[in-house]
Ligand binder design. Structure first.
Ligand SMILES: [Zn+2]
Length: 201
């Protein structure tokens, strides 16, 4: 009876939400965090994926999840105090690997994304900057989650699965996965849903 009761949400063909354990080096303003969460969900809905956000520091260590990813947001994740200078931002995000295996650990370079976008962010009205910056972070995060969840180091030619982004893409109204990457994520979700259906314990 207990085994039946443990994973009631996994019935049918729907996979459980993917748990994101997050850690911010510096706490972001609410406006940025909300914008990241909204945009990530917007990008991932066509792939059939839902996420649960948990703080890594508040994790009890006894939580079990079918699927999870640990995300470290590095640097200052806010859109205040921007300057019009340009600089080389380096990689905007990366996912850890070991012996050729993709690990569910990603770093998001908030400072790099800020540096990359700041000149253009300064041209938009101040009240809109946090949301735009949050969207850009979500796009980089979605890219790293794609590597983890589709279990691939390969990139797409278009959309969020591209190996590099322009400032315009990060700040555009809509920037989503190409159909091919979306299908890969969907296939993975369907596989996870069928696995959790059989396990049941
Ligand atoms: Zn990549």
């Amino acid at each position: 009876m207990l085994a039946l009761g443990v994973f009631p949400a996994f019935g049918g063909s729907r996979a459980a939400p993917i748990r994101l354990y997050i850690h911010f080096q510096q706490d972001p303003p609410d406006a940025v965090l909300e914008s990241i969460q909204e945009e990530l969900s917007d990008i991932m809905v066509p792939a059939g994926m839902e996420f649960e956000w948990r703080s890594l520091s508040k994790t009890l260590g006894n939580e079990v999840s079918v699927e999870l990813a640990v995300i470290h947001f590095k640097g200052t994740c806010n859109a205040a105090d921007l300057s019009p200078t340009e600089g080389y931002p380096g990689p905007l995000g990366w996912t850890h690997m070991s012996d050729g295996e993709i690990l569910p650990f990603s770093d998001i370079n908030c400072d790099g994304i800020r540096l990359f976008l700041q000149r253009d962010l300064l041209r938009v009205p101040e009240p809109n900057r946090a949301a735009l910056y949050g969207h850009a972070i979500a796009r980089v995060l979605a890219h790293e989650l794609y590597h983890i969840l589709a279990k691939t180091t390969k990139h797409g030619a278009w959309g969020v699965g591209k190996p590099a982004y322009s400032v315009q893409e990060l700040l555009s109204n809509k920037f989503h996965f190409d159909k091919k990457q979306c299908d890969l994520l969907r296939a993975h979700q369907a596989h996870m849903a069928s696995m959790s259906g059989v396990t049941g314990q």
